[in-house]
Design a protein around this ligand. Sequence first.
Ligand code: AMP
Length: 285
Amino acid sequence: MTALLNNIVEVRENIQKWKSDKKTIAIVPTMGALHLGHISLIKKAKEIADKVVVSVFVNPIQFGPNEDYDKYPRTIEHDKSVCEENGVDIVFAPAPKEMYGENTVLSNTDLTFVCPPYNIVDCLCGKTRPSHFDGVATVVLKLFNIIQPDYACFGQKDAQQLFVIKKMVKDLNLNIQIIPCPIVREQDGLALSSRNTYLSSEERKNALTISMALKEIKKLYSNGINDTKILFDTAVSVLDKNLEIDYIEFRDFSTFKKAEKAEKNTLVAIAAKSGNTRLIDNEIL
Ligand code: AMP
């Protein structure tokens, strides 16, 4: 039986009981509109911990003023039944007020927030989404403090987010193991995303070239090509001309420094807009 809870006090009562019974806890933080990508994280969480909490929270402080906060899909009934089917113990779905009181805009005049190091967030998604990762790190730390998990599952789909969270856990000495989970894709290669529901069929067709570009880079790399300029140009040639490319970046996934050459553990990340929908995808070589 999955409990749907909106209130921090109630969640904490359950957590305290689990802790006194010596149960291990895994959290899967999400913004809802759950799909098979999220389900793969839930399955991993079930495998490693006695109790699983899925948070469903469209976090206002990680959205910029012209982004899709209002339009973001909210499907709590669907999410609850997905969690039920997958044996989740608690769905924690707070209202913004429960998490932030009246503060729904990120501002250090009235909210203590977590600010990840500049060199990790002034690139890739952080460049076009300033303060996005402050909002992400802040909400994730709050969720960690509320749930006190032993494990937290995050998708590699949001590779920069995964890096930011791992860094926060290390720098702030949090006693939580971060479990990275592989990207789940549609059969044709498109990475699953709650934002895919925004795409028209034409936009979806164009968006598919993002995963095709990554696949091509992987193929060239496995044939011995490691010049990032060649790999970059290849990606540009594969990406549909109707896409608005935000970035194609090569980063060392253990330091997040720019990779001069593609090598093992290089993150190849692409962000592009198809119509009005901003999509991200990546491969780790
Ligand atoms: P979101 O609801 O988009 O904030 O995502 C919640 C979690 O699910 C994050 O850790 C994401 O990286 C992960 N996730 C989203 N899409 C996928 C996917 N296609 N494959 C694996 N994990 C995913």
